[in-house]
Design a protein around this ligand. Structure first.
Ligand code: S3P
Length: 178
């Protein structure tokens, strides 16, 4: 069964989950894809598998710009698919303008909106996200969120607040909304 869905009146099949680091994109995406009986793709995992190394290693050895190229390259390849899937993004994916167009073309883009307090709670102690390492977590999250909030809002077809909701509640809410 394909996961056909509707978004702003246009028939769309793929659901794209976008949001800040720690918003729950991967966890929710996995469960959403299972509920919709379609494939789940996580861009970070996909890139790590293809590269045979962790994102932190890509950032360290090749730099962030190289990682951003990999993200855009993956999005371009995904455009060629004609099946439906659930796609969870790395939090910085929509920062590139080119990616924003590619994402909206791919399917219904859902912004998982999470408060700063909740994000800080979830990512504190995390050692796998290169942009949040080296101390000053609150300042880093604040600066990135301020820089990205409008980008997320403008890229999204739909917005879903995640604070205080369980994964199952969010899966149901997303399915109702797209
Ligand atoms: C990034 C988010 C990460 C990962 C990379 C950069 C970002 O993914 O792609 O560390 O720029 O926000 P998650 O959002 O899954 O943590």
């Amino acid at each position: 069964m394909a996961c056909h869905s509707f978004c702003i009146g246009v028939r769309m099949r793929t659901i794209v989950l976008m949001g800040f680091m720690g918003a729950g994109k991967s966890t929710i995406g996995k469960r959403l894809a299972a509920a919709m009986n379609c494939e789940f793709i996580d861009t970070d995992n996909y890139i790590e598998k293809e590269q045979g190394r962790k994102i932190s290693d890509i950032f360290e050895k090749d730099g962030e710009a190289a990682f951003r190229e990999m993200e855009t390259d993956l999005l371009k390849r995904l455009q060629k698919r004609d099946d439906a899937f659930v796609l969870s993004l790395g939090g910085g994916m929509p920062v590139r303008e080119e990616n924003r167009r590619l994402l909206r073309n791919l399917g219904c883009v859902v912004y998982l909106k999470t408060s700063k307090e909740e994000i800080i709670r979830r990512v504190s102690g995390d050692v796998n996200r290169p942009l949040l390492q080296g101390g000053g977590l609150e300042e880093k999250v604040t600066a990135l969120m301020n820089a990205r909030e409008m980008i997320y809002v403008e890229t999204a077809h739909k917005e879903v607040i995640t604070d205080g909701k369980s994964v199952e509640e969010l899966v149901v809410e997303i399915q109702k909304n797209v």
